[in-house]
Design a binder for this molecule. Structure first.
Ligand SMILES: *Cc1c(COP(=O)(O)O)cnc(C)c1O
Length: 831
């Protein structure tokens, strides 16, 4: 399997060299790299190039890259120390990094050097990339955003550390068996570990449970947590190189470990079982990532994970600061800490604890400094995702943290009550603790000097509704930073053909400065360029079809339009709306197989949270629908539906360049931003979407002729609810819709979907059609009809595609990071 004589994939891609300095890779450099790989092979595996397996060559190669990164990081850190500048620490429970080898080589400008050396020894670099497992330490968009931000921070020379957890198992591996999703453990460390550098010199102890002792001493009141469980946090560093820059971001992930709990007494009594009893319990904390996206899990172990991340990181940040400065008085001048979503919200009380209990600050002084360092990004308005923890669980597990939150709450409520002259309603909404629950979003807002949403629309919704009371209280805290993507990864690395065309037409400066993609607009009437775009898309589709055939035996028609919906499976994202539309089309074709339509291939990929039954049955519906259609030899020539197993970063990188239509069809007001929409856009796919999240800004950027918008606005959705939503009305009025919905009851591919039928029309445990698929169905079909009609004119379509690529620069993560740096963190690039 790992033999170099393995069959080579036909989809070998040329990776365009990134940025101008790539030539720095002199031949002297190349010799050093070659020697280094030979050395690593021999030292780690006792093998030469000729003896080594492909996996060993991948690992040896990766280790040499890690060494380069380490040296680069050291230099960058020294420069930062010399400048005495401020650093940002980005706290997030998820970092969906994907693969590292290709990205780091590209960013270091070393792709060609490595490619040549490996080729000399009979290895194809592209094939070595395939040996690396994805680091899937995240669920979806949130974690991928954090990973893209690390890339931009390094590329722009900002000093940054990300903090997260070293999950032994990342997001589960998905298998589809007879239409059902099966979850398998994601074993990534064997191949992913090479990127991690253990820092056993920097461990910290995190305490759980026990009691709080308060005693008066000469030094004042001393607060101690006793009889508690102590867990050791061991850091592992993953380095992420910037592109054509001096910067390297450090992603520090914590692994939990038992502190020497070996019980010598039990051991000498011969009670071996008891002697090792403490073992493994602590290690559970970093065992596995919770697989729910946009939905929190109120489990004790999850709360432990959150505090584990927060406490280890806070101790680390403060220890680093104290190494250079004798005091915490200047903490806010030197440190910015970001709370990415509410999961790390306990950093607020944890910092208060350290300032007061360990550094003897007064409450007010500590609070003033801490709020100046902290900033918070909200990522969702879904009620089920707004974290609330039972008061008693927190009291028991984190007694000191609970005390501090309690005191924060008392002071906060008193202030609000005084300010808004006894408005109990406001107090109840804004309280940190109410109804026996601790409200993590409220805690994050109160503890931060800045609160932002992730698209213009989403940030407005925060001010207008979800956090309205906080906005009335402190309007100056609220701002927007629209999400972005690492465009070098999602365009240059994953779509080398398009990158090469861009280099030829507009030059390479867009790599450093995304918005320069706009120069491509000058070619919007250049037929040669438009045809070239069509050719590139066709070649990418062919590549993807070959890859899919190679990996799973599924055959696609590359001459059909590739209509793509890839993202987590969630009711609000409305994969079901797409499925209904496909059913309607299928039934039309059954009536009239000669119907003149553009051949269509629907590509879905999505993981569902393991306990999310509705999402799983929607996956099943899509799979069964695909198989049912495939049985018809005539219709299947015009319509194909494929559910791709195990969506992850690497698959996203393969599919984005091959997409024609980007489905972004969430119920308006529910998708905070989306970043999949940006990845598809920058690869020339055209959006079919609702006015939700960043779709609104995409629409403004490309203009209405270059996007297909349908459905209700967020305001109309609200009105519709207020007036009483009745899905039955739409069902009765639209004949195609009625047929499609009823078809669910009829059985598809031998399976019954009457649960979904009930869900849409009468409500299966709750209100009917809660995400209003039926209300938007008609307009969705209208927009798609126009779109497919326009697709027939390939030149016109290519022109729309060009406008999308040209306008995507504003969604480069670099742009978002500059805004965070300037307006929120107050950090400067290192010279
Ligand atoms: C970009 C990305 C997402 C986010 O997709 P949305 O369409 O914005 O929800 C999720 N998963 C992976 C693997 C991604 O690369």
């Amino acid at each position: 399997m790992s033999n170099k004589t393995n069959k080579k994939r036909t989809t070998k891609k040329e990776v365009a060299t990134p940025v101008t300095k790539a030539k720095a890779a002199s031949s002297a450099n190349a010799i050093k790299v070659e020697e280094a790989i030979v050395d690593k092979l021999s030292r780690h595996f006792g093998a030469s190039f000729d003896e080594a397996t492909k996996d060993q060559v991948y690992k040896a190669t990766a280790i040499t890259v890690k060494d380069i990164l380490l040296a680069k990081k050291r230099e960058f850190k020294q420069a930062n120390n010399k400048s005495g500048g401020k650093r940002v620490y980005y706290l997030c429970m998820e970092f969906l990094v994907g693969r590292s080898l290709k990205n780091n080589l590209y960013n270091l400008g070393l792709t060609d050097v490595y490619k040549k050396i490996l080729a000399k020894h009979g290895y194809d670099l592209e094939e070595l990339y395939e040996m690396e497992p994805d680091a899937g330490l995240g669920n979806g968009g949130l974690g991928r955003l954090a990973a893209c931000f690390m890339d931009s921070l390094a590329s722009l020379n900002y000093p940054a550390t990300g903090f997260s957890i070293l999950y032994e198992y990342g997001l589960f591996r998905q298998k589809i068996v007879e239409g059902w999703q099966i979850e398998l453990p994601d074993v990534w460390l064997p191949g992913g570990e090479v990127w991690l550098s253990p820092r056993t010199d920097k461990t910290f102890v995190v305490k759980f449970g026990g009691r709080i002792n308060e005693t008066w001493t000469d030094e004042g009141l001393v607060t101690e947590q006793v009889d508690c469980e102590e867990v050791e946090a061991v850091p592992y560093d993953m380095m992420i190189s910037g592109a054509d820059s001096k910067g390297v971001s450090v992603l520090r992930v914590w692994r939990s470990r038992d502190i020497d709990t070996f019980d010598m007494n039990s051991f000498s009594r011969g009670d071996y079982a008891r002697a090792t009893l403490g073992n493994n319990k602590a290690e559970l904390i970093s065992k596995v990532l919770y697989p729910r996206d946009s939905h929190y899990e109120g489990k004790e172990l999850r709360l432990k994970q959150q505090y584990f991340l927060v406490s280890a990181s806070a101790q680390n940040i403060i220890a680093d600061h104290m190494k250079y400065y004798p005091t915490l008085d200047n903490f806010a001048d030197k440190v910015a800490i970001h709370i990415n979503d509410t999961h790390p919200a306990m950093i607020v009380p944890e910092l208060m604890r350290i300032f007061m209990d360990e550094h003897h600050y007064s409450w007010d002084d500590a609070f003033a400094i801490i709020t100046k360092t902290l900033a918070y990004t909200n990522h969702t308005v879904l009620a089920e995702a707004l974290e609330k923890w039972p008061e008693d669980m927190m009291m028991r597990l984190l007694p000191r943290i609970y005390q501090i939150i309690h005191e924060l709450n008392e002071r906060h409520c008193k202030r609000i009550f005084d300010k808004f002259s006894g408005d109990w309603n406001k107090c109840a909404h804004m309280a940190l603790i109410s109804g026996g629950l601790v409200h993590m979003a409220n805690l994050s807002i109160i503890g931060s000097h800045s609160v932002n949403g992730v698209s213009e629309l989403h940030s407005e919704i925060l001010k207008k509704s979800v956090f309205k009371d906080f906005y009335d209280d402190t309007p100056e805290k609220f701002t927007n930073v629209t999400n972005g993507i690492a465009h070098r990864r999602w365009l240059c690395q994953s779509n080398p053909r398009l990158a090469a065309l861009l280099d030829k037409t507009i030059g390479g400066s867009y790599k450093k400065n995304g918005p320069e993609l706009i120069k491509l607009l000058a070619f919007s009437n250049d037929n040669a360029i438009l045809d070239k775009l069509t050719e590139i898309k066709a070649a990418n589709k062919k590549d993807f079809a070959e890859l899919l055939y190679h990996d799973s035996g599924i055959k696609l028609n590359p001459d059909s339009v590739f209509d793509v919906q890839v993202k987590r499976l969630h009711e609000y994202k409305r994969q079901l709306l797409n499925a209904l539309q496909i059913i309607a089309l299928y039934l039309d074709l059954k009536d009239n197989p000669n119907l003149d339509i553009v051949p269509q291939t629907y590509l879905f990929a999505a993981k569902a949270a393991p306990g999310y039954d509705r999402a799983k049955s929607i996956i099943r519906l899509i799979v069964d629908l695909g198989e049912e259609i495939a049985k018809d030899p005539v219709i299947s020539k015009k319509l194909q539906v494929v559910f791709l197993e195990n969506y992850r970063v690497t698959m996203a990188e393969q599919i984005m360049p091959a997409s024609d239509i980007s489905e972004q069809i969430s119920l308006a007001g529910k998708e905070a931003s989306g970043t999949g929409n940006m990845k598809l856009m920058i690869n020339g796919a055209i959006t079919l979407g609702t006015l939700d999240g960043a779709n609104v800004e995409i629409s403004e950027a490309v203009g209405k002729d270059n996007i297909y918008i349908f459905g209700m606005t967020d305001k109309e959705v609200e009105d519709r609810w207020r007036d009483g939503y009745n899905p039955y009305k739409y069902y009765e009025e639209n004949h195609r819709l009625k047929r499609a919905v009823d078809y669910l009851k009829q059985g598809i591919n031998g399976n019954d979907f009457s649960d979904i039928h009930r869900y849409l029309l009468v409500g299966d445990h709750g209100i009917a059609d809660p995400y209003m698929c039926l209300a938007d169905f008609g307009d969705y079909c209208r927009a798609r009809y126009e779109m497919l009609n326009d697709y027939k004119n390939q030149r016109e379509w290519a022109k729309k595609s060009l406008v999308n690529i040209a306008s995507a620069g504003r969604f480069a993560a670099d742009t978002a990071i500059k805004k965070y740096a300037d307006e929120i963190w107050g950090i400067k690039p290192i010279k």
